[in-house]
Design a protein around this ligand. Structure first.
Ligand SMILES: Cc1cc2nc3c(=O)[nH]c(=O)nc-3n(C[C@H](O)[C@H](O)[C@H](O)COP(=O)(O)OP(=O)(O)OC[C@H]3O[C@@H](n4cnc5c(N)ncnc54)[C@H](O)[C@@H]3O)c2cc1C
Length: 360
């Protein structure tokens, strides 16, 4: 085993921390830097899919995730207050036939704890500033405690999120779409009569609302409509709002995923809507694939190996997003007649389920 490859990972989000752990499993000891002070208290991702649970199993993380989160067994489709259909995850042929729900903050804390246990150096308050190129090798200029210095590594991996400087400073284009409409997001206490161990999508002609329980009576509610809290099930009692945010959706894939000795993974490499709960999961899959390729001296093949799956996934998410939130006549008509799902369910539901669970 070649344990001598020196690897710098820029970004200690879920993609960067997973990469560090996958590499460590293969005998490497990468260094991870992050400009933030600590893990953010606010969680974007909630859904950890079966594919991720499978990949993280051998490192011992899956059992910690399972002890911490809860198993969401199904997604229900509603037309307003009328229940249309349940897509039951228990019917998939997989060891983990559910979506594990746990806030991203918890996922990151568990990954960080495991990385530190393995003596992986995770340095916060340490910012990647720029790249210096010497022939086809790049070194990184970083800033730690107000001191700037240059460091050379065999591989520099940008896991530095959607605004990735590793990607931008290398002049790598980030092609795709940006939607102008804002989405609303709330983490809010709601008492209501719908099953809290299952997810719910409530369709209205003007859009839809996604509802997933976080813990106790706290729900994540998101959708591209104004004042989505006005679209809650009847007789709901809305309590405290713990977090509210607005966000815009991008569907983008970087023009290349590796060049010279640099690679990018996670949101740095692809961005899409949260519909389908794939972003963090896709980043963790990237990390797994890249670690194997680095180990097998096939680093430069990462783009060729990974791009077809990323393209297929981003395109699938785009289609799902259009059904849920598209503003064109076709999307409105589909939402207005969402009961037709009952007729096409035997064909559509198994495919949709596998897609959302990341086992397509
Ligand atoms: C509302 C919402 C809900 C979502 N729900 C889900 C879900 O249920 N399931 C799912 O799989 N995904 C979901 N996602 C997507 C998911 O949150 C992201 O895909 C995921 O956070 C990407 O992880 P990452 O590690 O690639 O990037 P990030 O989480 O963005 O981490 C990047 C890290 O890099 C650091 N960094 C940036 N620049 C520098 C620099 N110059 N120097 C050093 N460090 C730097 C940052 O501080 C950060 O810690 C959701 C997203 C949103 C917006």
């Amino acid at each position: 085993m070649n344990k001598n490859k020196e690897i710098l990972i820029i970004g200690a989000g879920p993609s960067g921390l997973s990469l560090a752990i996958f590499l460590n499993e293969l005998g490497y000891n990468p260094r991870v830097i992050d400009k933030k002070e600590k893990i953010s208290a606010y969680s974007k991702a909630l859904g950890v899919n079966p594919r991720t649970l499978e990949l993280l199993e051998s490192s011992g993380i899956t059992s910690k995730f399972l002890d911490n989160g809860y198993k969401m067994h199904a997604i229900n489709i509603w037309k307003g207050d009328k229940h249309i259909i349940k897509n039951d995850f228990r019917k998939v042929n997989h060891k983990y036939p559910f979506m594990l729900i746990q806030p991203q903050k918890d996922s990151e804390e568990i990954l960080l704890e495991e990385a530190l246990k393995r003596n992986i150096n995770v340095e916060y308050n340490t910012e990647f500033k720029s790249i210096k190129k010497d022939n086809n090798q790049h070194s990184a200029i970083i800033n730690s405690n107000s001191t700037e210095y240059e460091i050379a590594y065999d591989y520099l991996i940008g896991a530095d999120g959607g605004q990735s400087n590793v990607r931008k400073l290398s002049g790598v284009r980030y092609d795709g779409l940006r939607y102008d409409e804002e989405w609303e997001l709330y983490d809010v206490e709601i008492d209501m009569d719908i099953d809290g161990n299952e997810g719910h999508v409530r369709f209205f002609p003007e859009g839809s609302v996604l509802m997933i329980r976080l813990y106790d009576n706290v729900w994540r509610v998101a959708g591209r409509m104004n004042s989505i809290l006005n679209y809650m099930p009847k007789n709901s009692k809305i309590g405290n709002i713990l977090w509210e945010s607005k966000f815009r959706i991008h569907h983008k894939i970087a023009q290349k995923l590796t060049w010279d000795n640099i690679g990018i993974i996670g949101d740095a490499a692809h961005l899409h809507s949260p519909v389908g709960a794939r972003g963090m999961n896709l980043g963790i899959e990237d990390a797994y694939v890249l670690s194997e390729l680095i180990h097998n001296n096939r680093f430069k093949e990462f783009d060729a190996v990974r791009r077809p799956y990323i393209e297929k996934t981003v395109s699938g998410i785009n289609s799902l997003t259009m059904v849920l939130a598209g503003d064109n006549q076709r999307s409105r008509l589909l939402r207005k007649n969402i009961q037709v799902l009952k007729i096409v369910a035997p064909f559509v539901m198994p495919k949709a389920k596998k897609f959302v669970l990341g086992i397509n």
